[in-house]
Design a protein around this ligand. Structure first.
Ligand code: FAD
Length: 233
């Protein structure tokens, strides 16, 4: 009963009040909402966000919460090109004070702490890692073996590049910007034998699956790999 009650609380829809939109790089936008009272989450989790100001098909899509749980906002960061879907067009119409709803946050894509972790992001798959690293940066947490972020983007369009470089300079994480899968494989080779306990991979399906296959091919046990597939890319 307790579990069912908890699950019901997580999936109850929360009203989110829109604050602002920021174009953070190229075609990448962050949508910021006030954090409703009593909502908490683990960095890396996602919510189901529903457009309510007009009819949209489908009205609900999953998005990682890209802000740190220590902040007073719930943020969604997404790529919107010049032919946005109906859903993303509706996101662009939001004005301060308008509402959306969110179910969750939910999901098991987060770190358990205390383990050597390698984060592998493909494109917009950077969002969960941005939440995780911002949380460490906000609290100024430096560990002996910092997490390693391998951030791959074939076009070299690295969202949050300034912020991530700063996090790397402060010794909170080791961040590498990579532009090809060969480059990624080289970086992964360098980490072999580094006693990595968990690999977390986020991004489009083909990228997540190919990196996961590469890792298992080099002997990494499946149980040490966590995946978040951004369906829709
Ligand atoms: C757990 C999870 C977490 C996720 N987190 C994120 C995240 O943090 N950030 C993120 O960006 N995504 C995230 N996603 C993916 C997200 O849910 C969407 O699927 C994704 O952003 C694509 O949305 P879309 O509306 O552009 O998709 P679609 O509707 O599938 O559109 C895809 C593309 O098709 C074209 N298109 C669509 N409709 C039209 C039309 N009517 N006319 C012309 N062209 C059209 C557009 O170019 C559009 O970009 C996540 C997914 C999961 C499962």
């Amino acid at each position: 009963m307790g579990f069912l009650k908890d699950a019901a609380a997580v999936f109850k829809k929360k009203e989110l009040i829109f604050k602002e939109r920021r174009q953070i790089s190229g075609d990448v936008y962050t949508f910021s909402f006030e954090k409703p009272e009593g909502v908490s989450w683990q960095a890396g989790q996602h919510g189901l966000f529903t457009i309510t100001h007009r009819k949209v098909k489908p009205p609900t899509k999953p998005f990682t919460i890209s802000s740190s749980p220590r902040e007073d906002v719930i943020e969604v960061t997404t790529r919107i090109d010049d032919r946005p879907s109906d859903y993303k067009q509706a996101l662009l119409e939001l004005e301060p004070g308008m509402e959306m709803t969110m179910s969750g946050p939910a999901g098991s894509f987060h770190t358990d702490g205390g383990e050597r972790t390698v984060f592998i992001a493909g494109g917009i798959g950077i969002t969960p890692f941005h939440a995780m690293l911002s949380e460490l940066a906000d609290a100024d947490i430096r560990v002996e073996t910092p997490p390693v972020l391998l951030y791959v983007d074939g076009e070299g369009k690295f969202t949050y590049s300034g912020e991530l470089s700063d996090i790397s300079d402060r010794g909170i994480a080791e961040v590498r910007f990579i532009e090809s899968s060969e480059g990624l494989h080289k970086e992964l080779e360098l980490l072999e034998g580094a006693d990595v306990e968990k690999y977390l991979i986020a991004g489009p399906y083909s990228m997540v699956e190919s990196v996961s296959k590469h890792l298992t091919g080099t002997g990494v046990p499946k149980k040490n790999i966590r995946k978040e597939t951004f369906i829709g890319y």
